[in-house]
Ligand binder design. Structure first.
Ligand SMILES: [Zn+2]
Length: 285
């Protein structure tokens, strides 16, 4: 990679770390526990973006506001050795993991896809996907407030990337991906609504659209790629499900969101080898 390439890469990683830090804020502040389950049986609700963005971060234990010098992504956690400066209470390690996850997932995507406009759709997906996965894992809700704005930004990002690459046909792959990923989940939800939340269907719309972008504009390729992503998500869902039943008991509800985003992300990363196995090509490969 050229010197300019490295400078861009480091700048992008720093940006990803800042975005990762905000992702942690969203995960921490958006869900709130309801006094009683709502009409869908959800124990958790989602605060508005205004409430999430307003105010300063505070320690969960002593409520002391977090000073700006202690709010540097990753570095502050390490300097403070994972403890609040005021009261010494442990800062949840999930904060550090999320701050690290966003730049790491971005760097892996860069390693696989290279510096190209084809990187844009997956880069846009990573922060909200991390937020949705962790929120679903902790609260079993998949906030609409995150999904729909992300979906519209993702549609714009795919259109922008397709335009800049001069490949409007890539959007055909997106549409096929959306249908192949969300269709079966919608059918499952329709037949057995208590088995899976509608949030998972919305999530499938978002990740299906994004996955389809990487099928190089081929309808058959998009069908294959998204089917692989769906299969991978189902396998991961079984694994995470067994883990959740083990940890939370036999009547535990199983979050499917983390499996959906992880299955799609891995499929996007390895779209090249997956599609070449079927004689097709991936976008940008
Ligand atoms: Zn404290």
């Amino acid at each position: 990679m050229s010197a300019t390439g490295w400078v861009l890469f480091v700048a992008a990683l720093l940006l990803a770390a800042l975005v990762g830090s905000f992702t942690g804020v969203v995960i921490d502040r958006m869900p709130y526990r309801r006094d009683e389950p709502d009409q869908f049986g959800d124990l958790w609700g989602a605060r508005t973006w205004r409430e999430v963005a307003g105010g300063r971060s505070r320690c969960d234990a002593c409520e002391a506001p977090v000073r700006s010098v202690d709010n540097v992504p990753v570095a502050s956690y390490l300097v403070l050795r994972g403890r609040c400066r005021s009261c010494g209470e442990r800062i949840p390690v999930v904060v550090l993991l999320v701050e690290l996850a966003v730049p790491t997932l971005f760097a892996l995507a860069f390693w696989r896809l290279g510096w190209s406009w084809a990187l844009l759709p997956v880069a846009v997906l990573i922060p909200p996907a991390v937020a949705l996965a962790v929120i679903d894992l902790r609260t079993l809700i998949v906030p609409t407030r995150i999904i729909w704005p992300t979906f519209f930004v993702e549609v714009a990002a795919c259109a922008l990337a397709a335009g800049l690459l001069g490949r409007w046909d890539l959007l055909v792959g997106c549409a096929v991906g959306l249908a192949v990923f969300a269709g079966p989940l919608f059918a499952i939800w329709f037949i057995h609504p208590r088995g899976m939340g509608f949030g998972d269907v919305r999530l499938a719309v978002l990740v299906g659209w994004t996955t389809g972008f990487y099928a190089d504009g081929s309808v058959g390729g998009a069908l294959l790629l998204t089917a692989v992503a769906l299969f991978l998500s189902a396998v991961l869902g079984v694994v995470i499900g067994i883990g959740a039943l083990g940890a939370r008991g036999r009547r535990a509800q199983v979050p499917f969101g983390p499996s959906i985003v992880l299955g799609a992300y891995l499929t996007i990363l390895f779209a090249g080898p997956i599609l070449s196995g079927f004689g097709a090509t991936a976008t940008g490969a």
